[in-house]
Design a protein around this ligand. Structure first.
Ligand SMILES: Cc1cc2nc3c(=O)[nH]c(=O)nc-3n(C[C@H](O)[C@H](O)[C@H](O)COP(=O)(O)OP(=O)(O)OC[C@H]3O[C@@H](n4cnc5c(N)ncnc54)[C@H](O)[C@@H]3O)c2cc1C
Length: 389
């Protein structure tokens, strides 16, 4: 389908597609096998100016929005969502600074993130606090002109590789949800170290590690926003970043569909290409239709969110939820279309099926997205006076 992209948006998409084809596709199996962080590809993405798509020009970015970022993420994800997650997670780490950081913080960190010189990461999750972010235990205690951080963050994407971390910590437990605050922590801050790199079902080109804070001392001006704003910063960040997870899903689904159709046209059984069997055609038709529906939702949702509407959380949740489920479905069906070959590492669909699962889990599980959408519907319809029956 034609989405009426501007010339600039088309260029962004073409550029990301070129990197995906020339750099990611040839290496993805090896990155997966070796659980290797894709530094070489990151350098190419940085040279292509793709890291700054959503960052304002005054901070060295391209001045685009969620939509432009989604266009790039989708194309990278067609080849490998491990690499594309590495790219997208830098945005997740940057958004708290971009949305709520002081001018000083923005000027200090955003240009390096925009140029891809330094990667960012987002540190919220802990062993006892996943969906329920309010359960975090990491603390930040004021000590003169500094804050002292103690605690451990778990499963942080780009952990150990990024240099700039947006980290959520409790500054005043007595204030409950208003007692958490975001800080910028730099990789070489004293008292900051990393746990082991996790071994995962998929997404193996992406590094997932613990962040360990032991009396980690950071200057007080590294606070993002002000004390107590942490949960709002986290939620507003997700409103911006979740369509990007949707774009990962659209890209993965498209990548799996492309392989399935090509294979079905070539594979001959019972004297005919298997694509001539209606059962296979119907599978491919469902895969293609759902992929296009997910793309249409992400594109429309991202454009809408870039206009700064009031109902951001509901739309952002929809943009994350549906493509993630579609990607899991399409990747699983792609394996089925390829039969036994689909199960083997000779074809990329087995990796895609392993990779797809994460899209239903990180940045808020799909159950949590349904909760958000359901709660927002309840509120919206509560405001409508008219009866529909
Ligand atoms: C590869 C990977 C990368 C990640 N990267 C990052 C990162 O960069 N930064 C970061 O901060 N975190 C990151 N995470 C953490 C991720 O966001 C969490 O895993 C996710 O939010 C879910 O938390 P949990 O795993 O603790 O599951 P839990 O919260 O324990 O949930 C377990 C199950 O219960 C369900 N559930 C929980 N509460 C409810 C409810 N109220 N209603 C319905 N169902 C519910 C969940 O949907 C899920 O199915 C990453 C995780 C992974 C696996």
């Amino acid at each position: 389908m034609h989405y009426f992209l501007t010339e600039e948006q088309q260029m962004i998409q073409d550029l990301a597609a070129q990197v995906a084809k020339e750099k990611i596709r040839p290496q993805r199996a090896q990155l997966d096998e070796n659980e290797e962080f894709p530094w070489e590809i990151i350098k190419v993405l940085a040279q292509s100016d793709l890291y700054g798509l959503y960052i304002p020009e005054e901070y060295g970015g391209m001045g685009g929005g969620i939509f432009e970022n989604c266009l790039a993420v989708e194309k990278l994800a067609e080849a490998c969502i491990g690499v594309a997650t590495t790219f997208a997670a830098s945005g997740l780490g940057a958004y708290p600074i971009l949305l709520y950081g002081s001018e000083e913080l923005k000027g200090k960190y955003l240009p390096d993130i925009a140029s891809g010189q330094r990667l960012a990461a987002f540190g919220v999750t802990e062993s006892g606090a996943g969906s329920d972010v309010s359960g975090i235990q990491t603390t930040a205690v004021r000590d003169g002109d500094h804050y002292i951080l103690n605690g451990t963050k778990q499963w942080i994407t780009n952990g150990g590789e990024a240099e700039i971390y947006s980290v959520l910590a409790i500054t005043d437990r007595s204030k409950g949800p208003r007692g958490a605050t975001f800080f910028v922590v730099e990789k070489d801050d004293p008292g900051f170290s990393f746990g082991k790199k996790e071994k995962k079902l998929g997404l193996r080109a992406s590094a997932t590690r613990e962040l360990v804070f032991q009396d980690c001392r950071i200057p007080k001006d590294r606070i993002i926003g002000r004390e107590g704003l942490g949960f709002i910063v986290a939620m507003k960040t997700f409103d911006k970043s979740r369509p990007g997870i949707g774009a990962l899903g659209v890209g993965l689904a498209q990548g799996a569909l492309d392989i399935a159709v090509e294979y079905a046209r070539k594979r001959v059984q019972f004297g005919k290409p298997i694509i001539s069997f209606q059962a296979i055609q119907h599978k491919l038709a469902n895969m293609a239709t759902r992929t296009e529906a997910a793309r249409a939702l992400v594109y429309a949702g991202a454009r809408y969110l870039d206009s700064g509407p009031a109902d951001m959380s509901k739309v952002a949740a929809m943009c994350k939820l549906f493509p993630g489920d579609v990607a899991m479905y399409v990747a699983t069906e792609a394996v089925q279309v390829l039969g036994g070959y689909g199960y083997m590492q000779d074809y990329p669909v087995e990796k895609m099926m392993r990779d797809a699962k994460i899209l239903q889990i990180y940045e808020g599980t799909n159950e949590i997205q349904r909760n958000i959408i359901g709660q927002e519907l309840n509120k919206e319809y509560g405001r409508i006076k008219e009866s529909f029956f």
